[in-house]
Design a protein around this ligand. Structure first.
Ligand SMILES: Cc1cc2nc3c(=O)[nH]c(=O)nc-3n(C[C@H](O)[C@H](O)[C@H](O)COP(=O)(O)OP(=O)(O)OC[C@H]3O[C@@H](n4cnc5c(N)ncnc54)[C@H](O)[C@@H]3O)c2cc1C
Length: 438
């Protein structure tokens, strides 16, 4: 492997963010007459899609209670819609169903979507929601659901294929992706700017700017940049919560049933929207075993070989082993029972589906920031970090925004995600969702 001795722009990480940045930066440089893709290299210790982007469930949705997340997601969906073939994007829509406690959040989200022009429909009331769902799926039978946000945009994409689609776009723009190159550190100048990137294959001098898009390895790069493991967080009320860990890890529990994918279709035999169901109705297995009486939630979508989805993640206690990725730790052994019972609770066609649960490694760990929202910011004068707090497969448009910032533009979409929010108290509002990513 021969690496260049220097490069104007170096991107670390060939996941959704690193590759989207590489591709859009090449376009920006070319269209502004500032250079081309030949000025950009992407480094990855393994290769495109080796991180979280390659195992993500692939759900693309706008359902975020936080205004800044919702607006950014609209821009991301625009990128998905710009080339569904290359991105292996399935624009089937997305449905969020909630219990009464979530009603105000989903109403507020819907109202914002209306304001920003994101196509969706809101249905309120248990009978009305049931009728809406039965119009789509005649065997719908979920209980305790009083609100439904049906997003006509969004859907899902096939994870590895979409990453490879982006890698192809990088290549077409002249960006070189170097696989098998591990970044081990950075050399800093007297002004604290990065002057060189140290790798397993030698040192690369940095001409202009560095982008770090490390997914779950955020903690390691944070340390390489000499940033603090723990931070004080000012809340919107002005109180300061001292000494919060900057990074925590959650294990995303996901699974799949191997059934004919066409058995999960709408009444008119169409492709089903992605479904996210939260309810406080008692959950029992098909054998009559009680699973839970508390608020529970699952998501599921039609996949190539069956139906795939997940449930609430689990905090990883203590040290987390990331390599070889994906490492799954602490998976709740009762997850298959819960998830399959939930599918059957939702639709009678899934009755007995526990027998078809695929016993294979699934899910993986994700890195979350101190407030569970992304940090998109310069963490050194010339080092832009894309640390998405595990929100981000759907965020394919962040790279487009970052590319604009790199060539000197301001991005109002990225502004709310600056690191400074932890000292100013400009945190994002928190929803009633049981998930750390809503
Ligand atoms: C199980 C699971 C399901 C998910 N489902 C969804 C979903 O449905 N929708 C959604 O929007 N998000 C989802 N996410 C979150 C999403 O996958 C991530 O937020 C997103 O993929 C992160 O992208 P990235 O480009 O930052 O990182 P990654 O895709 O992880 O890429 C980082 C890259 O950096 C490389 N790297 C690491 N260390 C080094 C080093 N030292 N030197 C060189 N290269 C290095 C890695 O090899 C990797 O390829 C899910 C996450 C998980 C774990």
């Amino acid at each position: 492997m021969t690496l260049p001795a220097s490069s104007p722009y170096i991107v670390v990480g060939a996941g959704i963010h690193g590759l989207s940045t590489g591709y859009h930066l090449a376009q920006e440089l070319r269209s502004r007459g500032l250079g081309s893709g030949a000025d950009v290299i992407v480094l990855d210790k393994t290769g495109p899609g080796a991180g979280a982007s390659g195992i993500a469930c692939g759900v693309v949705r706008n359902n975020y209670y936080q205004p800044a997340m919702s607006e950014l997601m609209q821009a991301c969906v625009e990128v998905w819609e710009s080339d569904p073939i290359a991105y292996h994007y399935n624009p089937v829509g997305y449905i969020a169903l909630g219990a009464a406690v979530q009603e105000p959040d989903l109403v507020a989200t819907y109202e914002r979507q209306e304001r920003i022009g994101y196509r969706s429909e809101l249905i309120v009331g248990e009978t009305e929601v049931d009728a809406h769902m039965k119009r789509l799926f005649s065997d719908w039978r979920a209980k305790g659901v009083t609100v439904c946000l049906h997003e006509q945009q969004g859907g899902f994409a096939f994870n590895v294929e979409s990453v490879l689609g982006l890698a192809g776009k990088c290549e077409a723009e002249g960006v070189t992706v170097h696989s098998g190159v591990e970044v081990t550190g950075f050399e800093l100048g007297s002004d604290d700017a990065v002057t060189a990137v140290l790798t397993s294959h030698g040192q690369i001098e940095l001409g202009e700017q560095l982008v770090i898009a490390p997914g779950p390895w955020a903690r390691d790069f944070w340390a390489m940049l000499g940033l603090p493991e723990r931070i004080d967080v000012r809340t919107p009320s002005g109180d300061v919560v001292r000494d919060r860990p900057m990074w925590t890890y959650w294990n995303l529990q996901e699974g799949e049933i191997t059934v004919d994918p066409r058995s999960f279709a709408t009444n008119d035999d169409g492709a089903p929207p992605v479904i996210h169901l939260d309810t406080d109705a008692p959950l029992v297995t098909d054998d009559g075993e009680r699973v839970t009486d508390e608020l529970w939630g699952v998501y599921f979508k039609r996949d190539r070989h069956g139906v795939q989805g997940g449930a609430s993640p689990l905090v990883v206690d203590g040290e987390v082993e990331l390599d070889p990725y994906p490492s799954t730790t602490d998976v709740d052994p009762s997850f298959p029972d819960l998830w399959c019972a939930a599918l059957s609770h939702a639709m009678s066609r899934f009755e007995g589906c526990r027998a078809f649960y695929k016993d294979a490694r699934s899910g993986g760990v994700g890195a979350f920031t101190a407030d569970n929202f992304p940090v998109f910011d310069y963490m050194k004068p010339n080092a832009y970090c894309i640390l998405d707090s595990n929100h981000g497969y759907k965020m394919i448009g962040v790279g487009r925004e970052v590319a604009r910032v790199l060539v000197g533009e301001h991005s109002s979409l990225l502004q709310p995600f600056r690191f400074e929010r932890f000292t100013t108290g400009d945190l994002h509002p928190v929803s009633h969702s049981p998930y750390p990513w809503s």
